[in-house]
Design a protein around this ligand. Structure first.
Ligand code: FAD
Length: 398
């Protein structure tokens, strides 16, 4: 069986679902192929922070690295705009809370770093206010006396990772998209001015194969981006990161904001159900297959030092957390790129194939999707993509 579409979107995480919805809303015929279930991987396992300030991982290598990472700010500002309209535009109850977010300092060196960071961010148009410890505690009485300064960004907040991508998938279906789970793209080959994809649908002995012809292909495959790049002979380098999360039991609401730290890996927030989600980049152990390649099909392993370190960092800034039991911990895998900037744009040497991934791609999912929709339609995206183009790695390998 063969069919023809304007666009084939590979991957049913937040990015793929948002892209399929936007392409369908734009009037394009679109098929989304998801190998497993919609929202099964990083998009359904992450912390749900909508963060627009530079993160600790972007500052830990110094202010010049932070300055480079800030080149992605236009995508963050777009994301803030798009997240705030998503529920209304999709007609779905997508739970997005704009609560404001802190980045905390417990030392004068961290406070100085926050000031430099805020200066960079303001130059890109992000609203960030510097507070001293008492001012921060006035807004957020749950914060520890150890906090000496904080950067506060009113735009930041959180969204519900369990429901956002499925809601976008439903909106995409209503707009006419063909959304398929248990549908793996196993090959892509050039066919006229478009691409012919082989899809393996179903499970085990019930698997069937079909082909689809697409004028454009969107790679929205998270940690599998590099493997999809290989399918079209393109270098799409990504660095996989296995990360740890912990959720507390439900507790009466006391943390209104997103909380991050300038000197350690930490993000925490309280969700509307009352659980406090604690994460921020503490490693889990990624397993490797016999050939030495990362094994993304198997869950990474917990690392005791990460679980303990993450909880310690959380209690240090919100002491009350020391009295709230943990309910569960989990691990998930995500991607960053070698230069910490997103990978967004046309795939080199593969006309009509477009990609987006890298970094906080839950936060950035809607703005990535908007750019991909423009590229699929042959429009010039409003955001200048020159810092993010995949071509930069092709040039390095030449
Ligand atoms: C523990 C953790 C915490 C995080 N916290 C945050 C946070 O607070 N805020 C934030 O912004 N980001 C956060 N992230 C990062 C964020 O989760 C990811 O960047 C984002 O979810 C990526 O979305 P995606 O749709 O691109 O990829 P995914 O959600 O990984 O989806 C990709 C999909 O592609 C499918 N696929 C792959 N290959 C094929 C194929 N050949 N055929 C068909 N389908 C295929 C996969 O099955 C998968 O479902 C976190 C990540 C983790 C792991």
């Amino acid at each position: 069986m063969s069919s023809r579409v304007d666009a084939l979107v590979i991957g049913g995480g937040l990015l793929g679902c948002a892209t399929a919805w936007m392409i369908a809303r734009d009037g394009g015929t679109v098929m989304l192929a998801e190998r497993d279930q919609i929202n099964q991987h990083a998009s359904g396992q992450n912390a749900g922070s909508l963060h627009y300030q530079l993160e600790y991982r972007m500052m830990e290598h110094g202010i010049e690295a932070a300055r480079k990472a800030a080149e992605a700010m236009p995508l963050h500002l777009d994301a803030a705009r798009l997240w705030s309209r998503l529920a209304e535009e999709t007609g779905e109850a997508i739970d997005v809370r704009r609560t404001g977010g802190f980045m905390l300092a417990e030392t004068t060196a961290q406070a100085r770093l926050l000031e430099q960071k805020a200066e960079i961010e303001r130059a890109w148009g992000l609203d960030v206010q510097m507070l001293d410890g008492s001012e921060a505690r006035e807004i957020a009485p749950y914060l520890s006396e150890s906090i000496v300064a904080a950067a506060f960004c009113p735009l930041e907040g959180k969204a519900d990772t369990r429901t956002a991508a499925p809601a976008l998938a439903r909106a995409a279906i209503r707009a006419g998209a063909d959304i398929r789970s248990r549908c793996e793209v196993t090959s892509l080959r050039r066919d006229g001015s478009g691409w012919r994809a082989t899809l393996a649908e179903g499970v085990a002995e019930h698997r069937t194969t079909r082909e689809v012809h697409a004028k454009a292909v969107v790679i929205a495959a998270g940690v599998w981006t590099t493997a999809l790049g290989d399918m079209v002979d393109a270098v799409l380098p990504t660095i996989p990161l296995a990360l740890t999360m912990t959720a507390s039991v439900r507790t009466p609401s006391f943390i209104a904001h997103l909380v991050q730290h300038a000197g350690t890996r930490l993000s925490l927030k309280q969700v509307p159900d009352g659980n406090v989600l604690i994460g921020g980049g503490w490693a889990a152990r990624l397993l490797r297959a016999a050939d030495g390649q990362p094994d993304f099909a198997t869950r990474p392993e917990f690392m005791r030092e990460s679980l303990a370190g993450n909880i310690d960092a959380a209690i240090a800034v919100v002491p009350q957390l020391g009295r709230i039991p943990a309910l569960r911990s989990w691990v998930g895998t995500t991607t960053v790129t070698p230069d910490q900037l997103p990978l967004v744009g046309p795939v080199p040497g593969a006309p009509g194939v477009f990609v987006a991934t890298g970094g906080s791609a839950f936060t950035l999912g809607p703005s990535f999707a908007e750019v991909l929709t423009d590229l699929v339609a042959g429009r010039l995206p409003a955001t200048d993509l020159s810092s993010f183009r995949p071509q930069r790695y092709q040039e390095e390998h030449a």
